[in-house]
Ligand binder design. Structure first.
Ligand SMILES: *[C@@H]1O[C@H](CO)[C@@H](O)[C@H](O)[C@H]1NC(C)=O
Ligand SMILES: *[C@@H]1O[C@H](CO)[C@@H](O)[C@H](O)[C@H]1NC(C)=O
Ligand SMILES: *[C@@H]1O[C@H](CO)[C@@H](O)[C@H](O)[C@H]1NC(C)=O
Ligand SMILES: *[C@@H]1O[C@H](CO)[C@@H](O)[C@H](O)[C@H]1NC(C)=O
Ligand SMILES: CC(=O)N[C@H]1CO[C@H](CO)[C@@H](O)[C@@H]1O
Length: 569
C-alpha cells in the first residue's frame, strides 16, 4: 500500500480529480499530500487506533480585524498601540452560533470524543478512532510514516479528504491529514581559511560578544527585570534544548554582559532526546541578544502522531491571554506545497497575533530565492509564513571578513522574494516599487510575481555561529534561524525601554519599519543570494542594493540608533 504514495505527478492529479467527482471537492484540493523525500510509509493504521485531528472553524469579521491591525500598528493613527486582548479578538472572530452547532453536531454524531477548544473558539482538537476519522472525512486513508534516519513518526493520509456538503461553509480545513513536519535547514558550513599573518583583532566565528559588538550593544543594554517584558522562541518536531547546554554556553560566551542562565517557562512538552542544534541555537542567541529578559520556549513536538506542530503552536497562541511580546520562529514551508485554505487561515491567525500587539519574527529561509521546477520551466520558490504580510521576516548576512567585526554583506543563502499568494501590502508599496524600478539586474520577470508581498523586511548575521549542543561547542553553524532570534532579542530590548517609559510594546513592526526608511539599520548593499542553477538566471536570485531589497530587507540593526527610532511614540 505504501508504494502508492510514490506514484508521480500526473497520476496523482488524476486521482485527485476522480476523488473530487465522486465525493465533492474537499477544502484543500491544492494541498500537496506526498510525503517529502526521506519519509517512508509503514502501511495503513489499524481502524481502532486513536487519532487527534484539528478542525479550523470558519471565523467572522476578518475584514474588521484587518482594519484594526492596520490602525493599531500605524504610528500615525490615533489607535496606535491600543492593542486588543485575546478576549477582544475572540469577541470579533468567534465562529457564528450556526457554525459552532453544525460542527459540534457533526463531530458528536461521528463519535468524536474529548474535543478541546481554544479561547477564540475557532479551533477544535478531537480524538477519534481511525475508522471514525475515515468515515467522517470521505477519501482519507491513514498511513503511518517514518522520517529520515528513523527520526519522527507521523500518521497522515496520502489521499485527499472531503467534507460533507453541509459542512463546507463552516470548516476552513482539517489539520493532521497531509502536511508533514519540516526539518530544520540549519547547517554547519565548512569554516573559511584563516590567514594567520594578520591575527590582530580576529575572532573565530560569531559569539554573543561579536554580535553585541557589531550591533553596538553595551553591557548595560540588557533587561532591567522591572517590567513584565518577555520573549519566546518556538521549537517543532524533535527539537529540544537542554538547560545544561544553555548554562555551559553562557559560561563560555556570556562573561561580558548580564544575562539569565535559564528559561523562565517551557510551554508544551520537551522530549527527553538529544538536544537539537536548531533549538539550542534559538534559545542561546535569543537570550544573548535579549539578555536578562524573561524567555519562554514553546515546544510543540507533535504530541500525537497526527498533529501538525506548527498548527499546535498557533492553537497555543489563541488559548493564552498573557503571552511574551516577541516570538521568533524558524519554521517555513514552500508556499506552493500548501493549500490556499491553509495559507489564508494561517495568515488570519498571524493577523490575530498582530492585533494583540505581539511581534512575530520568522526566518526568511536558507535557499535564497528558491527554485521550483514546474511544467513551464523554473521559477523562484517563496516560503511561508515568511511571505505573510503580517509577520516581520528576517534574512541573513555574513561579515565581509569572516574573522573580523566588519561591514556585512549578503549571506548567499538568505531567503527572499515575492509571494505568489499574498498581494503586496500597502506599507511596503513605495520601498518595493523603488527597488523594482531602480534595480539594474533583476532576474527575468517570469521567475517571480512582482505584485506579491516581498520579503525579508530586515536581516542580521546568519553565518558562522558558535552553539553549544549536547555539551559540545559547535562552530560555523549557519542559517536565518540564527539571525531571527538575534533580531528578536534586540526588539525585546527596545520593548524594555518602551515599557519603562509607559509606551505600548512594538507589536506588528512592518508599517512602522517601512515608514522609517531604514533609519536605525545598517544598509546591506553588497552581494546576491542563490536561486535556480539554470542558464537563464545563472544561479543567482536577487541582489542587494541601497535601501530596501528582497535579500536583506532594510538591513541589520544598529541598536542605539534603532532604539532611538523606535522609542516614541
Ligand atoms: C485550552 O486551554 C484550556 C484551559 O487551559 C484547556 O482545557 C484546553 O484543552 C486547551 N485547548 C487545547 C486545544 O489544547
Ligand atoms: C555603531 O557602530 C558603527 C559601526 O561599527 C559605528 O560607525 C557607529 O559609530 C556606532 N555607534 C552608533 C551610536 O551608531
Ligand atoms: C537583570 O534582571 C534581574 C531581575 O530578573 C534584575 O534584578 C537585575 O537588576 C537585572 N540586571 C541588570 C544589569 O539590569
Ligand atoms: C501574482 O500574485 C497575485 C497576488 O499578489 C495573484 O493574484 C496573481 O494570481 C499572481 N499571478 C500569478 C501569475 O501567479
Ligand atoms: C508574558 C508574561 O511573562 N506575563 C507575565 C506578566 O506578569 C504576570 C504577573 O507576574 C505573570 O503572571 C505573567 O506570566
Amino acid at each position: 500500500m505504501g508504494l502508492e504514495v510514490c506514484v508521480p505527478g500526473p497520476f496523482l492529479l488524476l486521482l485527485v480529480a476522480l476523488c473530487a467527482c465522486a465525493r465533492g471537492l474537499g477544502p484543500e484540493p491544492d494541498q500537496l499530500f506526498l510525503p517529502p523525500p526521506g519519509w517512508v510509509s509503514l502501511g495503513r493504521v489499524g481502524p481502532n487506533e486513536l487519532l487527534s485531528l484539528t478542525f479550523a472553524l470558519k471565523q467572522q469579521n476578518l475584514q474588521q480585524l484587518q482594519q484594526l491591525v492596520q490602525d493599531v500598528s500605524d504610528p500615525g493613527s490615533p489607535r496606535y498601540g491600543k492593542y486588543l486582548t485575546l478576549e477582544d479578538v475572540a469577541a470579533l472572530v468567534r465562529p457564528s452560533a450556526l457554525t459552532l452547532s453544525t460542527v459540534h453536531k457533526w463531530l458528536l454524531a461521528a463519535g468524536a470524543q474529548d474535543c478541546q477548544t481554544v479561547i477564540t473558539e475557532d479551533f477544535l482538537t478531537c480524538q477519534m478512532t481511525v475508522q471514525q476519522a475515515e468515515q467522517l472525512l470521505p477519501g482519507a486513508e491513514f498511513h503511518r510514516f517514518v522520517g529520515r534516519l528513523g527520526g519522527g513518526r507521523v500518521v497522515r493520509s496520502p489521499r485527499p479528504y472531503s467534507l460533507p456538503g453541509a459542512l463546507a461553509a463552516h470548516v476552513d480545513f482539517v489539520g493532521g491529514l497531509h502536511r508533514f513536519p519540516q526539518a530544520s535547514s540549519l547547517q554547519q558550513r565548512p569554516g573559511p581559511k584563516l590567514d594567520v599573518e594578520d591575527s590582530l583583532g580576529l575572532h573565530l566565528g560569531v559569539t554573543p560578544s561579536v554580535i553585541r559588538e557589531r550591533y553596538n550593544l553595551t553591557a548595560q543594554d540588557v533587561g532591567s527585570g522591572s517590567s513584565n517584558n518577555s520573549q519566546a522562541c518556538a521549537q517543532f518536531l524533535e527539537q529540544y534544548f537542554h538547560d545544561a547546554d544553555l548554562e555551559e554556553f553562557m559560561k563560555l560566551f556570556g562573561k561580558s554582559f548580564p544575562h539569565k542562565v535559564s528559561v523562565s517557562r517551557v510551554v508544551g512538552q520537551q522530549g527527553h532526546g538529544r538536544a537539537g542544534l536548531e533549538a539550542s541555537l534559538d534559545v542561546q542567541y535569543l537570550m544573548s541578544a535579549g539578555a536578562n529578559i524573561s524567555t519562554w520556549v514553546y515546544s510543540s513536538p507533535g504530541r500525537h502522531e497526527a498533529q501538525e506542530p506548527f498548527l499546535q503552536w498557533l492553537l497555543l497562541l489563541s488559548n493564552e491571554s498573557s503571552l511574551p511580546l516577541v516570538h521568533t520562529v524558524s519554521y517555513g514551508d514552500d508556499e506552493d506545497s500548501l493549500s490556499a485554505a491553509y495559507l489564508n487561515r494561517v495568515n488570519a491567525e498571524l493577523m490575530k497575533a498582530a492585533a494583540r500587539g505581539l511581534t512575530l519574527l520568522f526566518a526568511s529561509g536558507d535557499s535564497g530565492a528558491g527554485c521550483f521546477s514546474g511544467p513551464k520551466g523554473h521559477t523562484f520558490r517563496p516560503s511561508f509564513p515568511a511571505s505573510s504580510p503580517y509577520v516581520t521576516t528576517v534574512g541573513g548576512t555574513s561579515f565581509q571578513n569572516p574573522f573580523k567585526v566588519t561591514e556585512e554583506i549578503v549571506d548567499y543563502i538568505s531567503g527572499g522574494g515575492f509571494s505568489n499568494i499574498f498581494p503586496r501590502p500597502q506599507y511596503q508599496d513605495e520601498a518595493v516599487s523603488h527597488f523594482l524600478g531602480s534595480s539594474t539586474h533583476l532576474p527575468p520577470s517570469q521567475y517571480y510575481n512582482a505584485s506579491g508581498r516581498a520579503y525579508p523586511d530586515v536581516a542580521a548575521l546568519s553565518d558562522g555561529y558558535w552553539v553549544v549542543s549536547n555539551h559540545m561547542p559547535i562552530p560555523w553553524v549557519s542559517g536565518t534561524s540564527a539571525s531571527t532570534p538575534v533580531f528578536g532579542g534586540l526588539l525585546s530590548l527596545v520593548n524594555e525601554h518602551r515599557l519603562l517609559n509607559g509606551r505600548p510594546p512594538l507589536g506588528f513592526l512592518n508599517p512602522r519599519l517601512y515608514s522609517m526608511q531604514g533609519s536605525g539599520l545598517f544598509d546591506v548593499t553588497q552581494g546576491c543570494h542563490l536561486a535556480c542553477l539554470d542558464d537563464v538566471v545563472g544561479g543567482r536570485g536577487f541582489c542587494s542594493k541601497t535601501g530596501w531589497d528582497p535579500v536583506t530587507g532594510w538591513g541589520t540593526p544598529n541598536y542605539p540608533a534603532l532604539l532611538k527610532a523606535l522609542l516614541d511614540p
